[in-house]
Ligand binder design. Structure first.
Ligand code: GRF
Length: 209
């Protein structure tokens, strides 16, 4: 899917909030298979930015309201990420849609972590949607990002059975470790050039090795 990069893969992480998934990347792949070269947030003052700063990673904030429209914001953000040398963009709790102005600059190189087993429960409030539906198995998906809402090809998924779940916090607590394992795993796969698209089914990501 991408040409293999010599040495560590330069990655950018987009955030909007707490940043526990960013922390998982900083604690695992950063300085090993990958180098987090930029952290961009849609919101100022969030804990995710502090986590990045603590690791000496350059940070920037791109609030939507400071730009004429989403396209202008995405363009400015993409320019900064490219300047920083990013080859992969990782959405880790980034709470806004991305358009072609950014995705087109990182073709087949933007991934996201989502707290449901897609295609079930895309978009905001995935855990609340799953609870309202009454499911017994919850889970996490890491997928490539396209212009739709959590609709790109799936890279990794993991499930957990929670028969009596009622509380979103309880489900989130159960899903956190899954997210924190799967997102770094997907970055490692990408970094070693192990991901490709099945020519017979463009939705299917093949993992080599
Ligand atoms: C995670 O649950 C992720 O799946 C979703 O947003 C949340 C971000 O959490 N996309 P954090 O900011 O990484 O702690």
């Amino acid at each position: 899917m991408v040409p293999r990069v010599q040495g560590r893969l330069p990655i950018a992480v987009l955030v909007s909030g707490t940043g526990t998934n960013l922390q998982a990347l900083l604690d695992t792949v950063h300085g090993h298979e990958a180098e987090v070269v930029a952290v961009a947030s849609s919101v100022a003052g969030v804990p995710a930015l502090e986590r990045a700063a603590k690791h000496g990673v350059p940070i920037a904030v791109f609030p939507r309201k400071e730009y004429a429209d989403r396209k202008a914001r995405d363009q400015a953000m993409a320019d900064w990420l490219r300047e920083r040398g990013a080859r992969l963009v990782v959405l880790a709790g980034y709470m806004e849609l991305l358009g072609e102005a950014l995705l087109g600059r990182f073709p087949d190189a933007t991934i996201n972590v989502h707290p449901s087993l897609l295609p079930a429960f895309p978009g905001l409030g995935a855990i609340e949607q799953a609870l309202a539906y009454g499911v017994k198995v919850f889970g996490v998906t890491v997928h490539f990002v396209d212009a739709g809402i959590d609709s790109g090809p799936v890279i990794l998924q993991r499930a957990v059975e929670l028969r009596d779940a009622r509380d979103p916090e309880q489900v989130l607590e159960a899903l956190r470790p899954l997210e924190h394992a799967l997102l770094p795993e997907a970055v490692r796969m990408f970094a070693r050039g192990a991901l490709s698209v099945d020519p017979e089914n463009q939705r299917r990501i093949v993992v080599e090795g």
